[in-house]
Design a protein around this ligand. Sequence first.
Ligand SMILES: Nc1ncnc2c1ncn2[C@@H]1O[C@H](COP(=O)(O)OP(=O)(O)OP(=O)(O)O)[C@@H](O)[C@H]1O
Ligand SMILES: [Mg+2]
Length: 230
Amino acid sequence: MIVQIGAEKGGVGKSTYAVNLSAYLAQQGYSVILVDTDTQKTSSKWGELRSHFKLQHNFTIVDKAVDPTEHIRMLSEKYDVVVVDVGARDYARLSELTRIVDLWIAPTRVGQGDLESTLELADAFAKADSKHKNGKIPLVVSINAVPGAWNTTEGADAYEALKEALPGVPILEALVRDRKIWRDAHRMGRTIFEMPPREREKAEAEFTQMVDEAFKAFNKFNKGSKKNGA
Ligand SMILES: Nc1ncnc2c1ncn2[C@@H]1O[C@H](COP(=O)(O)OP(=O)(O)OP(=O)(O)O)[C@@H](O)[C@H]1O
Ligand SMILES: [Mg+2]
C-alpha cells in the first residue's frame, strides 16, 4: 500500500509523521520504504543523521524528488508499505500522487491559517474523487502539535471546526499534542520509539492511536471502493 503524508502548509509535521509512521509499521513486521519527494529532504537528512550516529533502522529511505510517481507505484509492488513525504506547497505532486495512494494523512496544526489551508486543500481535492483509482480520495486529517495546558480546548475546537466544514472527510479523533520530545527525537536522528520510555509514553500513545485510527479509515475506504465492488 502507499501512504502519502501531505499538506499545503509547511511545518505541520509531515516529515515527523513520515519517519515515525515508517518506524511504527516496520516495528509491526511490515517491509517499509520511505520515499522523500520533498526538495528540502528533511526525511533523507534525518536518515543521514542516523548513519552519522550509527543508528540502524528497520526501513529504507530513498530520496526521489524528481518524477517519483511511477517509481512509487513500482516500489508498492515490492514493499508492504511505501510511505511518501510530500513537500509543502507542492500541489502538483499531490495531484499526481493522490490518484494512486491508498491512504493520505494530512497533518494540520490548530492555528487559523493551518485550518484554512487544510479546508482549502480538502475542498480542492473533493472535486477530484473520480480521478482516484478507487473513485474516492482516501484523505484523513490529523490534528498535530495541539498546544497548551491540559484544559485547553484548541484541539477539540479544531476537530469540531474541521468536522463541520468537511463532512465527507474523516477527521481523526486522536489528537497529537505539542510535546518537546518530538523535536528532541528529530534533532537526535531518532524516532520517538527510541526515546526513553517514560519521556515518550504520552507522545507514543497519541501517535499510535492516530495511526490506528487512520488505518481503520483506510479499511473503510477500501470496503467502499468501486474496485471492491461496493
Ligand atoms: N506534535 C509535535 N510536538 C512538537 N513538535 C512537533 C510536533 N510535530 C512536529 N513538530 C516539530 O515541528 C517542526 C516541523 O515538523 P516537520 O518538519 O515534521 O513538518 P513538515 O510539515 O514536514 O515541514 P515542511 O513543510 O518544512 O516539510 C519540527 O521541528 C518538528 O520536530
Ligand atoms: Mg517536511
